[in-house]
Design a protein around this ligand. Structure first.
Ligand code: ADP
Ligand code: ADP
Length: 242
């Protein structure tokens, strides 16, 4: 498979009252199309900051990010907006930052409207696409007008996944997507994400503090510590029996 994402000497520093914090400190790696890179390490080691810096949700301090060979840190606002269709993120709690008065269908519709994939007046087209996305992530159509607080964590995360998939991306940063879920639900969501990867040819960067989550799922695993990459290896090499 072709290289999809290449990151070179990525740094993200924060100015804090205590001084400059090297949250991501010179990390380089690449991911091939269709693969999953698992990113593990203890809380606070910089995983989430790295994922967000790659998507420019946090502007990197320095370094290069190439997506399909293009230097995306040189993109202006308009080109970045276009790139959002290709690169998405799934959060631990998709509704932490969403309006609680939004229904399931409104939540899934939002990216389609922001990116003007559909016109607001095209109710029929929108509803068809929303139902398609709900089916894709295993959400019953009867939940279309439910509110997120009425649903369990697993269903809420399915909505988060549907939102991320709405624009047909190639690459998704998965930032602790199952960490807030019961273990039995975790397995369901992980299976769903794996099925979607095969079906839609997705490439994942899968961030987790729990190595067991990515052990069976990643092609490669990166271990971070204090903002740096201390190890990166194919999963089977990392876990081979001595
Ligand atoms: P992880 O995802 O591995 O738990 P984070 O990327 O969230 O780690 O955090 C890495 C470090 O950067 C931590 O010390 C965290 O407190 C700090 N940090 C994260 N975001 C910010 C921010 N917006 N401003 C200042 N410091 C931050
Ligand atoms: P986002 O990327 O959506 O802004 P974050 O969790 O990175 O979300 O940060 C939310 C807010 O909290 C930001 O204003 C950020 O500056 C602040 N913040 C997050 N982590 C830290 C931290 N460790 N130290 C100081 N401020 C932080």
């Amino acid at each position: 498979n072709k290289e999809l994402l290449k990151v070179e000497h990525l740094k993200k520093y924060f100015n804090t009252p205590g001084g400059v914090l090297h949250a991501v400190d010179d990390v380089s790696f690449s991911i091939r199309a269709g693969e999953t890179l698992g990113v593990v390490g203890e809380s606070g080691c910089g995983k989430s900051t790295m994922g967000r810096a790659i998507l420019r949700l946090h502007e990197p301090t320095s370094g290069k990010v190439y997506f399909e060979g293009n230097d995306i840190l040189s993109y202006d606002k308009n080109k970045m907006k276009e790139l959002r269709r290709e690169m998405q993120i799934i959060f631990q709690d998709p509704f932490a930052s969403l309006n609680p008065r939004m229904t399931v269908s409104e939540a899934i519709m939002e990216p389609l409207l922001i990116q003007k994939i559909y016109d607001k007046k095209d109710k029929e087209g929108l509803q068809k696409r929303v139902h398609e996305l709900m089916n894709l992530v295993g959400l019953a159509e009867r939940l279309t007008n439910s509110y997120p607080h009425e649903l369990d964590g697993g269903r809420r995360q399915r909505i988060g996944i549907a939102r991320a998939l709405a624009l047909r991306p190639k690459f998704i940063v998965c930032d602790e997507p199952v960490s807030a879920l019961d273990v039995s639900i975790q397995a369901q969501i992980l299976n769903l994400m794996q099925d979607l990867q095969d079906e839609l040819d997705l490439t994942y960067m899968f961030i987790t503090h729990d190595l067991s989550v990515v052990k069976h799922f990643s092609n490669q695993i990166m271990v971070m510590y204090l903002g740096q990459m201390v190890e990166m290896a194919p999963t089977e090499v990392l876990f081979k029996n001595p």
